[in-house]
Design a binder for this molecule. Structure first.
Ligand code: HEC
Length: 122
């Protein structure tokens, strides 16, 4: 009888471990990343990886290189801090843009969150 009780507790212990590890992973990941979004640390790298092969100083429409991107987006009215999804920037990359160089949905969400928090040049 004792043996069964021991086996039961070992089993119980492992189930506890299993469920704990699952719930932890679930809570930690996306929250952390979107809380402190910074233009230079989070947004500019998205432009560097996806956009600047076309959007550089030779582009007629938009220069997204570091040092120019923020003012370009601001001056040409591409940002919308009230309704990020309605910003010309998001509409453009969602709907009316050449398919090359489109950021993934996670990156788009970061850009939208950054606008939601005031589109600060930080
Ligand atoms: C393969 C080249 C290419 C890449 C990569 C690219 N674009 Fe573009 N983009 C264009 C071209 C060409 C236009 C102008 C034609 C048009 O408006 O469809 C344009 C237009 C735009 C416009 C509208 C400008 C205006 O004045 O209306 C925005 C905003 C924009 N791109 C954002 C981005 C962002 C953000 C990225 C990266 C996530 C990106 N683009 C990547 C080629 C590119």
């Amino acid at each position: 009888m004792n043996k069964y009780i021991t086996i039961f507790f070992i089993f119980y212990f492992f189930m506890l471990l299993l469920f704990n590890s699952c719930t932890k992973k679930h809570i930690e990941y996306p929250e952390l990343e979107t809380e402190n979004i910074s233009f230079s640390a989070n947004i500019q790298p998205i432009f560097d990886n996806n956009c600047i092969t076309c959007h550089n100083k030779n582009s007629d429409v938009l220069d997204l290189k570091e040092g120019f991107s923020y003012l370009e987006l601001l001056n040409k009215n591409f940002l919308n801090v009230v309704q990020p999804k309605e910003s010309k920037l998001i509409i453009k990359i969602n709907e009316q843009h050449p398919q090359l160089g489109i950021p993934n949905s996670y990156e788009k969400e970061i850009i939208e969150k950054w606008m939601e928090k005031g589109a600060v040049n930080n």
